[in-house]
Design a protein around this ligand. Structure first.
Ligand code: C2E
Ligand code: MG
Ligand code: MG
Length: 436
């Protein structure tokens, strides 16, 4: 790696380039190799280092004289360049990806390396550390969401807040989460999922965190809990609470599943399935009253422990749902191996309906695909009548969204269900409309 710049030199060079540069004219690409831990485990650290050196040489060749390459340590590289506009930067990201992906013969094996790239363009008033941090964060988000590369400014509003969170704010939220855990500031809210005939099929448990009377949105605290490892405790708590609520539903005469969101870190724990069984037994519910929602990015990189856990989960009778499907790096070959009973189409699709004919074609095809694989297909984020008409035409099995009901406390949900039953709401609607 002799020719590449070190982390310190990278910082110095970035600051040197920034001094006097116009915002938008410098790009930092943060490159992180996928699954490098496995390479180290297989070939040892010395072998891993040699492989990184080969990839470093490949990268150096691919970027040519247009950009500066640094090795930030371990399996991370940074590429810096002067560029006006994103076209040149995207083209470079593509070149980098192609060069990394070329098969690499090593001993008696052929490796297929891959990487995620986070890209940040210089913003007004930014220094070297801030620019590189944004590129690093974008890379992490690309990894989480299964995208090959991602621009830091591609975040939606909530994620932008998150990316921009300074370390102090992250620490503050982390301590708030600890306080919430100790002071009863955590709660689960429940959002109904309806079949097309208007009946309620299940409810999704969504975590809420309130500290000193202020709510912290899940889009802010969940990623921080994931980053700090707190998600394991939070996730365990939401599973046990979700199971207890399934019991409460059953006792109130509602034959409904409770779906609980699960993060990747939870499935990496060898004791996950055991903990899940305990939650089911303690709540005294049939296991199929519980469903686990897993995002598709989780399936991209299935370690042995994740596979074993999923297998054990299915053996208990708890069902699986694939969450937010269709916007990440949907790996169809993995899809065939995951025995989920529900496929939840990401909110982005319902949002694009009915105007976007191409989105409609994709929804129709994904619905067919999911159903052929034995899954019920649910559209998330349904907010208006026109969307529901398009979704009906696409033959989805279920819907979830503010049009029907937002997430609500357990007590409010029971009241909502009770009033629906009492008024016999379904009769008010003709056979092809959906009750609200
Ligand atoms: P998700 O699992 O995809 O949950 C659906 C999100 O969409 C929820 O946001 C819900 O309130 C929102 N939503 C539902 N209908 C609509 C609609 O019609 N329009 C719009 N704009 N939004 C709608 P929420 O509660 O903020 O949760 C965000 C994410 O946080 C969840 O996305 C899930 O990934 C994560 N999360 C929430 N609770 C937990 C948990 O207990 N464990 C883990 N690991 N993640 C959780
Ligand atoms: Mg979910
Ligand atoms: Mg979802």
């Amino acid at each position: 790696m002799a020719d590449l710049l070190s982390r310190e030199r990278c910082l110095q060079l970035t600051q040197y380039m920034i001094d006097g540069a116009v915002p938008g004219t410098i790009a930092a690409l943060w490159i992180n190799l996928d699954r490098f831990q496995q390479v180290n485990e297989t070939f040892g650290y010395a072998g891993g280092d040699e492989i990184i050196a080969v990839i470093g040489r490949r990268l150096d060749e691919a970027i040519g004289h247009d950009a500066h390459l640094s090795h930030m340590g371990a399996d991370e590289f940074v590429c810096l360049l002067y560029a006006v506009g994103e076209a040149t930067v995207t083209e470079l990201a593509e070149r980098i990806e192609v060069c990394i992906k070329a098969p690499l013969a090593w001993g008696d094996m052929t490796l297929h390396p891959s990487a995620r790239i986070g890209i940040a363009m210089l913003e007004t008033g930014e220094n070297a550390i801030q620019l590189l941090q944004r590129a690093d964060q974008a890379m992490l988000r690309a990894k989480r969401s299964g995208q090959r590369w991602l621009y830091a400014h591609d975040e939606d509003a909530e994620q932008k807040v998150r990316i921009g969170l300074p370390a102090r704010t992250e620490l503050d939220i982390e301590s708030k989460l600890h306080r919430a855990m100790e002071t009863g500031g955590l709660d689960l809210h429940y959002q109904p999922i309806l079949r097309l005939d208007g009946s309620v099929e299940s409810v999704e448990a969504l975590m809420r965190c309130t500290v000193d009377g202020h709510a912290v949105p899940p889009a802010i605290f969940i990623p921080i809990a994931e980053k700090t490892g707190l998600i394991t405790r939070l996730g365990e708590w939401s599973l046990s609470q979700g199971a207890l609520f399934a019991r409460r539903l059953q006792e109130s005469g509602h034959d409904l599943k409770v779906a609980v969101n699960i993060s990747r870190a939870q499935l990496l724990s060898p004791t996950f399935a055991q903990m899940l069984s305990s939650a089911v037994i303690y709540a005294k519910i049939p296991a199929d009253r519980l469903e686990l929602e897993l995002t598709e990015s989780l399936f991209m990189d299935m370690s042995r422990t994740v596979q074993d856990n999923l297998c054990d989960v299915r053996a208990t009778g708890v069902t699986l749902a694939i969450d937010d499907f269709g916007t990440g790096y949907s790996c169809l070959s993995n899809l065939k191996d995951i025995h989920a009973s529900k496929l939840k189409l990401d909110r982005a699709f319902a949002t694009a309906l009915p105007e976007d004919g191409r989105a409609y074609a994709i929804v129709k095809a994904m619905t067919r695909l999911g159903q052929e694989l034995g899954m019920a297909v649910v559209a998330e984020g349904v907010e208006n009548e026109a969307q529901i008409q398009a979704l009906k035409q696409a033959r989805v099995n279920g819907v979830q969204g503010h049009l029907y009901a937002s997430a609500m406390s357990g007590d409010t949900l029971l009241e909502w269900l009770r009033s629906r039953t009492q008024n016999n709401i379904q009769k008010e609607y003709d056979h092809d409309s959906i009750g609200r």
